[in-house]
Design a protein around this ligand. Sequence first.
Ligand code: PLP
Length: 310
Amino acid sequence: MSDRPEMFEGVEEIWMDGEFVDFEDAQIHVLTHALHYGTGVFEGVRCYDTDQGPAIFRWEEHLDRLFNSAEVYDIDIPYTKAELDEATRELIDREGLDSGYIRPIAFYGYGPLGLNPKASPVQVALAVWPWGAYLGDEALEEGVDVAVSSWRKYSSSQIPTNAKTTGTYVNSVLASLEAKGNGYEEAIVLNKEGNVAEGPGENLFMVRDGEIHTTGLAESILDGITRRTVIELAKEMGYTVHDDATISRGELYTADELFFSGTAAEITPIRSVDDNEIGAGTKGPVTDEIQTRFFEVVEEGQPDEWFTPV
Ligand SMILES: Cc1ncc(COP(=O)(O)O)c(C=O)c1O
């Protein structure tokens, strides 16, 4: 147990290829296709300890995105969404979790090596573990210092950006390493046209003159489920939301407020970009209002259609 990463301490079982197995037994072969060529698709999902009990947030949409990502790479997931749903809820229950992170993954497994993956079996795993704030509790309150990455986001004409594919995360890893290596907490990645795409694992929102802007799906971003949530909540709250924006680097520097959205990052304010203070250099009022509403929603477990009880 002690040589495990801290985040996995206490995890007892993983669901793998149709069975619950001990954490230590959830192993794959070193000649697994996905290890060599990145041919896997995955999701990151949160389960919240709501007033209605533990519930998975926007689970149907995450499962839909997993299956859509798989479709892009011709990965025939050998389980139905209903089977993965049942296995996940049972796993959460067996692990005794009230809240935490859920990681479903489907990938081409051990088979002949070569670029055509079709002769390799598709393997599927589900893991769950307790997880607090991705960028830290202080980040949620005070905001993060970010830098525009020298790495560009790949274009959706090169690799589909609407699919959440294991191999393509090397782009996010490079951006993240660069930002952290230079003393920043997170990166913002520009697309090939030089406009803002997103964070390495987050979508980006900008507040200007009381209106909310977020980069459009054609800007080479992941269609984030938290992004959709923010758009819906902000509209309900009466804000004008431009969800198809093209945002230039310079506009970041002069924004009234900026924040990230993501399953891991939730709603994280951005207090500076490339050492330029954004607004007052702390969480802005609109960000605060949206973040407060978001945490209210996940605490209440309402509306019903966004939550799947465990
Ligand atoms: C590249 C990227 N963009 C955006 C997001 C946010 O998406 P979601 O809100 O669905 O977690 C993620 C997180 O998965 C991501 O990896």
